[in-house]
Design a protein around this ligand. Structure first.
Ligand SMILES: Nc1ncnc2c1ncn2[C@@H]1O[C@H](COP(=O)(O)OP(=O)(O)OP(=O)(O)O)[C@@H](O)[C@H]1O
Ligand SMILES: [Mg+2]
Length: 277
């Protein structure tokens, strides 16, 4: 009996913590520095961004938010005078590795910009554009398969019911909110793992902002999302983790709720309380 009690006691005492799933990272940067010509815009950025959550990126104008985002899918390098040092891993692939194919990087990492930029094509052709280039694997998909892809993508961005009867109309005729939703929709058929969004609501009115935020939140089950915003309320509402940058450096990276309630750095506190731009 004593033995049993001792065993029970000891097993209670030593009982291991319930097993927790290891944290998995979608984007890992290490020693990332970036220069535009002689001007250094990013300084030793070391970030681990978790898979399957929304991470917001905040900081004053010119602190390097867009530069950082554009480094992840390598669109900075279109500018001949950009130089990058350090590494960026996306889903364990070295984005700047010598054997990496740029088309593969762009396929894996979708990007949405401040102003919606639909192509001057029909709504349907906008949704299928990336798919036709990347995902169809060189074969011609059937009309019915494409119809299915279009419907699924537009449903995911909560646009299907609005546009299903006018899929052949020009995308540029849509409202800004609808155009931005369409720009998100057209990324989905190529099955990206990461979605980068650079102030996707900044051209929208409050109602449009709310609608796009709701959509972004819904997508977080299936994608890793990094979203830049100047809107503190949006960062707070619409993200799980938050990164604060200042003058090309990461100052703080934390759980969003923690960062807004108990920021660890004075600069973060000053920024989120609106004491500077
Ligand atoms: N194409 C470019 N050529 C040269 N310098 C650039 C270029 N793009 C950005 N910069 C500079 O790099 C720094 C970071 O700019 P970036 O656009 O990344 O900031 P940001 O945080 O996105 O700002 P904002 O909130 O205004 O969008 C700024 O000093 C900017 O002037
Ligand atoms: Mg920017």
């Amino acid at each position: 009996m004593e033995q049993a009690q001792a065993a029970a006691g000891s097993s209670a005492y030593y009982s291991p913590e319930p097993a927790q799933a290891p944290v998995e990272y979608a984007i890992e940067t290490s020693g990332l520095n970036l220069w535009y010509g002689d001007f250094q815009a990013l300084f030793d950025v070391n970030l681990d961004i978790k898979k399957g959550i929304i991470t917001s990126l905040i900081g004053p104008s010119g602190c390097g938010k867009s530069t950082f985002l554009r480094s992840i899918n390598r669109i900075n390098e279109r500018l001949g005078y950009v130089r990058i040092q350090g590494s960026i891993m996306v889903y364990d692939n070295d984005v700047y590795g010598t054997d990496v194919e740029l088309a593969q990087v762009r396929k894996q990492i979708g990007m949405v910009f401040q102003r919606p930029n639909p192509l001057p094509l029909s709504i349907r052709d906008n949704v299928l554009f990336g798919f036709d280039i990347h995902a169809s694997g060189g074969r011609r998909a059937h009309r019915s398969e494409k119809d299915e892809i279009v419907e699924q993508a537009l449903r995911q961005v909560l646009l299907w019911d609005t546009v299903k009867d006018r899929l052949d109309r020009k995308a540029t005729e849509l409202s800004l909110e609808e155009q931005q939703k369409l720009c998100i929709a057209r990324l989905l058929p190529v099955k990206p793992t990461v979605l980068l969004m650079d102030e996707p609501c900044s051209a929208l009115d409050p109602k449009g902002t709310e609608a796009v935020e709701e959509l972004v939140w819904g997508l977080s089950d299936d994608y890793t999302i990094v979203i830049v915003t100047h809107n503190m309320a949006q960062a707070r509402r619409a993200s799980n983790e938050c990164i604060f940058m200042l003058m090309g450096e990461v100052v703080e990276h934390a759980d969003t709720a923690d960062m807004f309630v108990t920021p660890k750095n004075k600069e973060t506190a000053d920024y989120i309380e609106g004491r500077y731009g």
